[in-house]
Structure formats: structure tokens, C-alpha cells
Design a protein. Structure first.
Length: 955
């Protein structure tokens, strides 16, 4: 609606009314819906309240209580006594006029505009929609009347695994609060595709007209994070700009819950092109706030056994993620953060001798390093170098993009700082590269955080006459000289994987599938005791690691290595003072690259709290073995460090003393010289009685005392086997299973064993029916087995017992009695199998397959004879046995039905012939009439399911 005189106009889309008061004055009234009374003091919709605090210009932030100019989402109140002048463009959602407004020439007030960040956009309408399949495609705006005619999106094959619906909308920018350096040269272009990340780069081509001596680039805006970002330029000309994107969702991670779901405008991306005079992109300083020594990792980029070539990308991406989403919540720096395994909260740069104890951090960056985004970075670099003209032009484009992004991001009051940028380093596309973090810009060029040199701000110098100067790092993996640099904003990367990995780091499980958490053992008088927090160690000790391809280093909490050689030798005794200690074990595992040159890479680091006590001999009775009727071995252990002077050791035993001593029977051994680090020994005890319980324990003598281990019990076996009949199972009309056990096979001399059974002999023996097994050449002491009895007479009582044959005779177990079940009229097991269909119905060619199993049935029918293509009918269900059918066999009189028992008027079987009947349940519903009939021997079957007739069993 146009109001006022001459060229003054008010554009609005809500229930408002303007009263012309003469001259340039007007009054706007608002209505409450369904309220017949005009009420200018109440807005008609919900929004942010904005109130004037003095008279002045509409677009002067000092006029308004919030300290900014009204946005399209604001409900504006002009307070009584205030006069507001509008001589450019203003926006609001609604307005309550208690004062006055003066509309000067050029004054336009828009209601109903959409607020896109610092932009107010009108007439935002969808202009095209298209479904793009996984094999890719191109969406083009070819309407010459469209303000974005010529715009296109090129989706490569494989970018998405499923079809994506793309919607393109556009709207006019009527107002912005981005200052004089923002010069929009296109509409806002909104691309909607559901917010899924593409696995390949999607190219956007935007038609543009760049003013002379201007630089143009593409910006995006996230309504949720209230932050600008940008899309990297792939190529640019006077008429078009080509951009790269991976997601058309402009939201951000929900930092409150650390959710992996994008929130805000996660289903669309708002893109707009702005230009700036080249002369303004000089002598500019800007910062993301990312500070090396606080926001980067404290360990250098040395890689790991999973990523031996380095973790530069994983370190950069995770540090950026922590800075953007986790640090605002935890209020902790990442550098030296104890949450990820550090023993010391923070170490000064250059003095961090224990950086490798950040086990969770190194695991985290290692599992993130080889993620899909590395392939995207490589694809971006490949595209850039395909379009590469010369270094000066390429570098200028990259540098100007970054400067312009910082310039706009730092303009607005209250605007969040620009996010750190992922900077990919290369040498004109040659093999190898590096990833670092762009943290800011200054007069000299780019300020960066390099994972190779933690805690230090580095500079990539820029020269307007030649582009970026060579950047060189001297430490860590990725060492090299780099001459090309590509800035990739964080919105190009899917943060979902990193969010999951940080959660796993919080749980202590990150990298568990890639890194082995080594187990260590303390060897002294606690031989092979696993090293854990709280373990008690006596005297000197050694650390054992079962990893053959590993080397370890052992440190105390002051970062002092506890051994003189570079790597610890398991034969080296460690001697710590009596008391509590904290020790750390650093594990490096052997890696062999394609050049067959072995290196040792980070694999694990663990801290342990231990207690050292004074040593004395400790004796353990381990086990009895090789027990025969008259001889047994008993094994013991003595753990010591040569302290205590063991003069003799052995095994003492008794049949009556549960804690035998050296005063009872014993087998004693005398050491030759000093016992080794620890001693495991076995003593053989002879002259034992058969079938007798013995008590035994190990002992060690010193000059002053005898030390004993714990007592154990063993029993000598008898010299004959023992047969045990345990139970009878799975009894049918013709079968049964007998579960049995034979003990003392070896020493009882059993060479065969089994089950005998009879229906007439109440004490069956091996002269009756039997199932027999042959003992192996080296049989176990005991065995349990099952004998399957078959061919039994139905409804009959049987007697059965287990037996064992030995050289001294046949030994029987107890007799068990069981009765077979009555034989059923029809054995339902006969129906199990596969059936082929002879025909479907008269006059049609067809084929089919039916399968019956204990769990149910399934049928498939084809309208051809070779079962090719897709079956026209497929169904299945469960079975319920009914019994013998009373339906007489009906033979049809007409030739059309000559091939089947009975058909209805449509040619389908309506009754079943005489036979054994089963009802069926299909999809949970019982079919009301019999559906299957089988012959007595289940060779043939008839069914009314699907119109089948006669089936023939094939197996």
C-alpha cells in the first residue's frame, strides 16, 4: 500500500493503518485480531520489543534502548513526545506510535521483511525445486526474468547416497547493518536440501557484475549462531563466481547439550555476494580470539601408530571444535588440559617433557585425522590447482577472501568474532601437505597456529607484488616448505564425527578400536602381578610388557626417566625408595612403512600410583598336576630379589594335616647359589595311596624361618573307571537320548564305553542293544557324552545304563527306566521339506516352490515354468495340526478341472481332499478353513493358498 504525498511511501504486510496528518507526518495504528476496537498501544504479533529513548533518526542506534537500529523481527514503540525521522530504509515487524514520525524523501518502512543476520530481505520466494538422485545432476535457474537467472548448482555423482530435494529461493536485500564495506551485488539466495553433508564438493555458480576495482566473494549467515561465514571461491570472472559447498544447512552444534544435531537454520543456507574496493583490503588487523598456548594442543604433531605420517588435520579440526563449542561451556583451555590424560594441568611451552602423556588427546586427534573430510580437502586443492593461473592471482584471491571475511565479521556491535579457519598448505598440488589453523590477520599477513609448533603464533607473510611468501616449519610430521595456502571455513566440515569422538574422550574410550591399552606386570616377589593403581611392590622390581613390537620408557611425576638407556630393558631392576610413587609408562610401537624402514610411534601412555615396601620371600602353592594313583607333581613359586637368603624349598604334604609342615612328609630341593629373580618349581611326590585325599603346600627355608604358601588339596584316582548314567532326554515314540559320564578313564584303563539298553532286561548289559564309543589313545581323565537311541518300539518301557570296558572288566552305572511315547497317526516331521508346484490352475502355465519347516511355511508362485523374474505371489505363516480330513475326495466332471481335486467357478481350489489337515496363520490372522492337506507319506501336498493345486516333495 502506498501512503503519504508525493514519493513518500510505507510498505507493510500486517494489520495496520496509517493516518495522514499533513506535511510529512503520519500516525500508524495497529489492530488486535478479532478486536473491533483499534488499540494503538498493543502490537498484533510477538517479537523483540524496541523502544525509543529520544528523538532522532530511525537508523541512529543511539535513538533506541537496545543500542542498535530496529530489525525486521522487532516490535517498535515510538515513545510519547519523541519524533523519529526516516529518510532511508527502515524495517520492523510491527510499530506502536505514541509519538510522531517524519518521513523525508527516500524514507521507506518495510513490514514483513525477513531478518537474515544483519540483512533485511523482502519477497523471499521459492523459484525452483528439483530432486537430485545419487548419480548427480545440475539445477539451473534459466528464467530470464529471475533476478538470479543463470544461477546453477552442480551436484557430482556420489555426493549423496540418497536422492536430495533441492529448493532455490531468492529475495531482495533492502537494508543491512554491516557498514560501508558491505556492498551486496546479488539477492540473497537460499538453498534448501535438508542439511545433509555431501561427500563430494557441490559447485554453485552465481551470476554477478563486479564494479570496477572491486573484489567480490560469497558470504553465508547462520541464524542460530548469529555469525557470518563464507564459501571458498573456486573461480571468478566478471560475469560469474564459482563456489564450493558441502552442506546447505547453516546451523551449528547445540553447545548446551553438545548434541550432534544441527540447530537453527539447519535445513537451508543463505548465500549472498558482496564486493569491496580493493584499496580497502590493506593494513587490516583482525582476530578470531583463538590463542596458541591456550587453545591448541600442547603436544607436537608427531603422529601415532595409527597415523604415523602425522595428525596435523586431526589436531587442527579438534582444536577448532573445542574452541568453538566446548571451551565456552567448560571454561578451560585445551592446552595442557588434564581432562585428556595429563598428569600436570599445564606445562610451559618448551619445558613440557611429558607431552606424550596426553593419551586421550593423541588418540582423539589420531582417529579424527583420517576422516572423510581429508578427502574433501584434497578435492578442494585439486579443483583450485586445476583453475590455477599464477601464484600472485591465486594468493591474492585467497588473501582477499580472508581479509574481507574478517572485516565484515568484526564490524557489527555484539557480533561474535569470526571463527578460526582451516588452512590447507601445499606446493602447487604436489604430493604431501599440511594443515594448520588461521587465527587472525595483521599488516604482515596471516596469523596461524601450527600443530608442529604448539603454543606459538606463526606468520605467513603476504607481499602484494608476489603473493604469500614461503612458509617453513622445522619440527614434527609435515615438515616442509609451502608456497600455496587455501582457507576453508569450518562450515564446510561435518562436525558430527568430532562431537562423537569428544564424547568418547570424556568417557575414556576414544580410539579403543585402534589403540591397544597395554598391560604391564610387576615382576619381583609379585611375579606377573598386573600393574594397576594401588599395587604393592616389594623391594626392587622390573616392569614386563607383553608387546614384542614395543619399546617403553618409564618416568616419575617430575618427568625424570627412571632408566639410563633411551628405552627400558626388562632385565633392569628399578629401585625406588619405600613409600608411594607415581610412575608413567610411555609405549612406542614398531611401524614399517612402504620403504621397509622401521620407526617407533606413539602407542600408549599410562600413569600408575604404586606403593613400594621392603622385600621378603613370598611363597605360593600353585597347583597339582600329572596326578596318578601313586604319583603326583605339585608346583610352587618363590618370589624374591635375592633378599631373605632362601637355603631350601619344596613341597610338604599329608593325608591328615590340612596345613602340612616340614615336619610331615616332604620333597625338598636345595638351590645352587642365589635363586634367580623369582623361581617356579615342581616337586614330584611318589608312593601315594590310590583314591586318597592329600593336603600339600610349598615352603621356603631361610636361616631363621620357614615361609609357607597356601595349602591345596588333590585326590589320587582309583585304578578302575567309574560309569555314571545321568539322564534320559528327548523321548519320542522311536527315539531317546541318554546323557552319561565316565570318570577315571585314563588310570582305570578304559578303552571303550557306551550305553546298553533293553525292553525286557531290567539290568541291561553289553549283550543287549548298545551304543559304544572307543576311547582315544590319550584320553582325558573324565568325559561326558550323549548316546542317541533309535528304532525304539512306541509305547514301551526301556531299561538303560552306562558302561565302561577296561582290561580288568566291564563297569556299569545305575539303571534308568523310560517309556517311549505312543506313535502318532501322522508324523508331523514328515512334512518338513521343499515341494515343487505341478501347475497353478487349468489353462495357465506356472510354477512354484513351497518350503515347510518346524517354524512355519512359505510359498512363492511364478507365472512361468522356469521360476524366472519376480514371483507374482509370495506368502508365509505358521502351521497348526488339525487331524484327518473328513472331506471326501471330489473329482470334477468338467475337463477344465481334470487336473485337480476341486475348483470353484473361477478355477481356484475351494476344498481339500482326504488327508492330514493343517490350518495356518498368515500375518497374525487365522485362516478360517483348512489350508494344507498332506498324503500319509507327505509325498504330495494340496493347498488353497494362492490358488495352488498339487505339490510334489523334492527333498
Amino acid at each position: 500500500m502506498t501512503i503519504y504525498n508525493e514519493s513518500l511511501s510505507l510498505i507493510y504486510y500486517y494489520d495496520t493503518e496509517t493516518i495522514f496528518l499533513g506535511g510529512n507526518y503520519g500516525k500508524i495504528l495497529t489492530y488486535i485480531p478479532n478486536d473491533p476496537l483499534k488499540n494503538p498501544s498493543n502490537p498484533i504479533s510477538v517479537g523483540t520489543l524496541m523502544t525509543s529513548i529520544k528523538s532522532g533518526n530511525w537508523n541512529d542506534p543511539k535513538v533506541w534502548l537496545c543500542g542498535r537500529t530496529p530489525k525486521a523481527s522487532d516490535i517498535v514503540t515510538i515513545a510519547p513526545g519523541h519524533t523519529i525521522t526516516l529518510n532511508t530504509v527502515g524495517v520492523a515487524k510491527d510499530i506502536v506510535l505514541k509519538g510522531k514520525m517524519i518521513y523525508e524523501n527516500g524514507g521507506h518502512l518495510y513490514f514483513g521483511a525477513e531478518q537474515v543476520g544483519e540483512l533485511a530481505v523482502i519477497d523471499l520466494k521459492e523459484i525452483k525445486q528439483s530432486v537430485i538422485n545419487p548419480d548427480g545432476g545440475k539445477l539451473i535457474i534459466d528464467d530470464p526474468k529471475s533476478p538470479i537467472s543463470g544461477f546453477s548448482i552442480d551436484i557430482p555423482e556420489g555426493a549423496y547416497s540418497t536422492a536430495q530435494t533441492f529448493k532455490i529461493s531468492t529475495g531482495k536485500i533492502v537494508k543491512h547493518d554491516l557498514g560501508p564495506n558491505f556492498n551486496p551485488i546479488t539477492n540473497v539466495i537460499r538453498v534448501e536440501s535438508g542439511g545433509n553433508f555431501a561427500e563430494k564438493i557441490v559447485k554453485l555458480t552465481v551470476p554477478i557484475s563486479i564494479p570496477p576495482n572491486h573484489f567480490a566473494m560469497a558470504f553465508t549467515y547462520s541464524k542460530n549462531s548469529k555469525q557470518f561465514s563464507f564459501l571458498p571461491i573456486l573461480s571468478i570472472s566478471e560475469n560469474n563466481i564459482e563456489l564450493g559447498a558441502t552442506s546447505f544447512g547453516s546451523g551449528s552444534i547445540d553447545s548446551e547439550s553438545m548434541s550432534n544435531v544441527l540447530v537453527g537454520d539447519s535445513d537451508h543456507l543463505d548465500v549472498f555476494i558482496s564486493s569491496i574496493e580493493n584499496s580497502k583490503l590493506v593494513n587490516f588487523e583482525g582476530s578470531t580470539g583463538f590463542t596458541p598456548g591456550e587453545d591448541d594442543w600442547e603436544f607436537p604433531n608427531t603422529g601415532s601408530i595409527f597415523t604415523p605420517n602425522g595428525n596435523c588435520s586431526g589436531m587442527s579440526r579438534t582444536a577448532m571444535y573445542y574452541y568453538n563449542y566446548i571451551k565456552p561451556l567448560k571454561k578451560k583451555p585445551l592446552f595442557g588440559n588434564k581432562d585428556y590424560g595429563r598428569f600436570i594441568e599445564k606445562n610451559d611451552k618448551g619445558n613440557d617433557k611429558l607431552w606424550f602423556d596426553n593419551s586421550l588427546g593423541i588418540r582423539l586427534v589420531s582417529v579424527v585425522q583420517p576422516h572423510q573430510e581429508i578427502l574433501l580437502v584434497q578435492e578442494y586443492l585439486s579443483i583450485f590447482f586445476q583453475k590455477y593461473i599464477n601464484k600472485e592471482i591465486f594468493d591474492k584471491q585467497q588473501y582477499y577472501q580472508i581479509l574481507y571475511y574478517f572485516l565484515l565479521s568484526n564490524y557489527s556491535i555484539g557480533q561474535p568474532k569470526p571463527k578460526p579457519i582451516y588452512l590447507a598448505l601445499s606446493n602447487y598440488g604436489k604430493e604431501g601437505g599440511h594443515a594448520i589453523i588461521l587465527t587472525g590477520v595483521d599488516d604482515n599477513g596471516l596469523l596461524v597456529a601450527d600443530p608442529n609448533i604448539p603454543g606459538e603464533t606463526r606468520t605467513i607473510a603476504y607481499n602484494s607484488l608476489g603473493g604469500f611468501e614461503m612458509y617453513k616449519n622445522e619440527e614434527g610430521n609435515g615438515v616442509g616448505e609451502y608456497r600455496t595456502f587455501v582457507g576453508l571455513p569450518q562450515n564446510l566440515f561435518d562436525d558430527t564425527n568430532i562431537s562423537f569422538k569428544f564424547k568418547e574422550a570424556d568417557l575414556g574410550t576414544v580410539g579403543n578400536d585402534k589403540f591397544k591399552k597395554e598391560k604391564f606386570y610387576v615382576s619381583n616377589i609379585n611375579k606377573n602381578t598386573e600393574l594397576k593403581d594401588g599395587v604393592i611392590i616389594y623391594g626392587q622390581f622390573r616392569v614386563l610388557d607383553g608387546c614384542e613390537d614395543c619399546k617403553i620408557q618409564i618416568y616419575n611425576s617430575e618427568a625424570t626417566r627412571l632408566h639410563t638407556a633411551e628405552y627400558y630393558d626388562e632385565t633392569t631392576d628399578l629401585d625406588l625408595n619405600v613409600g608411594k610413587h607415581t610412575i608413567g609408562i610411555y609405549v612406542k610401537k614398531r611401524h614399517v612403512d612402504i620403504t621397509n624402514v622401521p620407526t617407533y610411534e606413539w602407542s600408549d601412555f599410562q600413569w600408575f600410583d604404586i606403593e613400594v615396601r621392603s622385600a621378603q620371600p613370598e611363597v605360593s602353592t600353585l597347583y597339582a598336576s600329572n596326578i596318578t594313583p601313586t604319583v603326583s607333581d605339585v608346583t610352587g613359586m618363590i618370589k624374591k630379589f635375592g633378599i631373605g637368603g632362601v637355603t631350601a624349598y619344596g613341597i610338604c604334604y599329608s593325608t591328615s594335616n590340612a596345613l602340612p609342615t616340614v615336619g610331615d612328609s616332604k620333597t625338598e630341593l636345595i638351590p645352587t647359589g642365589t635363586l634367580p629373580f623369582d623361581t617356579t618349581f615342581t616337586a614330584s611326590i611318589n608312593g601315594l595311596n590310590i583314591n586318597t585325599i592329600y593336603y600339600a603346600r610349598a615352603y621356603a627355608r631361610t636361616s631363621s624361618q620357614v615361609y609357607y604358601g597356601q595349602a591345596l588339596t588333590f585326590k589320587t584316582p582309583d585304578n578302575k573307571p567309574l560309569a555314571i548314567t545321568q539322564s534320559v532326554l528327548d523321548i519320542t515314540h522311536s527315539k531317546a537320548k541318554v546323557l552319561s559320564r565316565i570318570e577315571n578313564i585314563k588310570f582305570g584303563g578304559a578303552y571303550a564305553y557306551g550305553v546298553c539298553y533293553s525292553s525286557s532286561n531290567a539290568l541291561p548289559d553289553i549283550s543287549n542293544s548298545r551304543i559304544e564309543f572307543t576311547a582315544s589313545a590319550n584320553p582325558p581323565d573324565d568325559t561326558t557324552f550323549t548316546a542317541q537311541l533309535a528304532g525304539l518300539i512306541d509305547n514301551t518301557t526301556y531299561y538303560t545304563r552306562t558302561y565302561a570296558k577296561s582290561t580288568s572288566g566291564v563297569y556299569y552305572g545305575q539303571v534308568l527306566t523310560f517309556q517311549t511315547k505312543p506313535k502318532p497317526e501322522f508324523d508331523q516331521e514328515l512334512i518338513i521339506g521343499t515341494y515343487n508346484l505341478v501347475s497353478i490352475r487349468q489353462g495357465e502355465q506356472g510354477s512354484g516352490t513351497a518350503v515347510f519347516s518346524p517354524s512355519g511355511w512359505s510359498i512363492q508362485l511364478w507365472s512361468n515354468t522356469n521360476k524366472s523374474g519376480t514371483p507374482w505371489y509370495s506368502n508365509g505363516g505358521t502351521l497348526a495340526f488339525v487331524g484327518k480330513s473328513e472331506v471326501p475326495l471330489i473329482r470334477p466332471d468338467t475337463p477344465d478341472c481334470a487336473c485337480a481335486p476341486c475348483y470353484n467357478a473361477n478355477g481356484y481350489c475351494s476344498k481339500l481332499p482326504v488327508g492330514w489337515i493343517f490350518n495356518s496363520v498368515v500375518n497374525g490372522t487365522s485362516i478360517p478353513q483348512p489350508t494344507f492337506s498332506f498324503s500319509d507319506d507327505a509325498v504330495n501336498a494340496t493347498s488353497i493358498i494362492g490358488g495352488q493345486t498339487v505339490w510334489t516333495k523334492v527333498n
